[in-house]
Design a protein around this ligand. Structure first.
Ligand SMILES: [Zn+2]
Ligand SMILES: [Zn+2]
Length: 299
């Protein structure tokens, strides 16, 4: 079932899931997703802090494809490791970024994943120069791949330290790439809030959507990392909190998931949990906030 399917009560069904580990094999992830009542998930394409990749054998992929189909999991997103900096200056770091972007596009394609999500990168003092390098690396290591594969989604960042990833940055990258169909945007509610977007009210959410429409184009925005934020509005700090336990609070999360555009995105939790089972309660809470909020008209 794809995004936009109805649940029979006149309301669209949420595409809601979480970040899961594929360390125990992809088929195991299907069981994990069912346990927490997720119908979509995200995983790291390789070790998030190191960068070592696990070879996924064809037999595992075959078992996964079948189990995924049966469970109706859609879409599947791979996330590049945090150690990748697409904006790095030429050298070892840039070589690593090129290699990972290229290889992991193929690795996500091999398992039939729909999206590859990455942080745009960091600058070393010169933002413009780093944007140019990001554009070049995407051209050479992603857009040059002829086979059909996952759509590349650039994530909105909090603007912590030397992070690139404001809406303006993403717009520049997309414009310089001449708006390729294969490149889009992944929102993150905690990052956006820390960057200064007040998503605590329906009108605040509408303002963001208007800006997305003007700067990026709504058809290009596919996923939202649904996280509460420990860091205050406009603080430019990247600190995720559990749903309802941060500055957004239950009211803010309700405003987001009942927004006619944001609530229709694929929503993926990256909230701090000690075991994946804890995502079950968070998913149930988001479902409840959606149902409660749906009784009130959204402006
Ligand atoms: Zn991310
Ligand atoms: Zn974050």
């Amino acid at each position: 079932m794809k995004t936009g399917a109805y649940n029979g009560e006149g309301m669209k069904m949420l595409r809601l899931g979480a970040h899961l580990s594929i360390a125990k094999g992809l088929p195991k992830t299907v069981t994990m997703a069912k346990e927490i009542k997720a119908n979509t998930f995200q995983y790291f394409t390789r070790n998030p802090r190191g960068g070592a990749a696990r070879e996924i054998p064809p037999s595992e992929i075959a078992a996964w494809q079948e189990a995924r189909q049966r469970a109706g999991l859609y879409p599947i997103a791979g996330h590049l490791p945090y150690t990748v900096n697409l904006g790095a200056v030429p050298g070892r770091q840039q070589e690593f970024a090129r290699m990972v972007l290229h290889d992991d596009t193929l690795r996500v394609a091999a398992i039939g994943g729909e999206y590859l999500i990455t942080h745009p990168g960091h600058h070393e003092g010169d933002r413009e120069a780093s944007l140019e390098r990001i554009i070049q690396v995407i051209k050479e290591s992603y857009l040059s791949i002829p086979e059909p594969g996952p759509m590349l989604l650039l994530e909105t960042m909090a603007g912590q330290g030397k992070e690139v990833g404001s809406l303006e940055d993403l717009r520049s990258i997309l414009a310089c790439l001449e708006w390729p169909e294969k490149v889009g945007v992944c929102l993150d509610s905690a990052h956006l809030f820390a960057a200064g977007w007040d998503l605590r009210t329906p009108s605040g959410c509408r303002q963001l959507v208007k800006e997305l429409e003007a700067k990026i184009g709504l058809e290009r925005v596919k996923v939202m990392h649904l996280n509460d934020s420990l860091a205050p509005l406009g603080s430019h700090r990247d600190r995720h909190a559990g749903i309802g336990r941060g500055e957004l609070g239950e009211e803010g999360i309700a405003a987001i998931v009942n927004d006619p555009f944001l609530g229709e995105l694929t929503l993926l939790l990256e909230t701090p949990v000690s075991t994946y089972e804890e995502y079950g309660a968070e998913i149930a809470l988001v479902q409840k906030l959606r149902l409660d909020g749906s009784r009130e008209p959204v402006l």
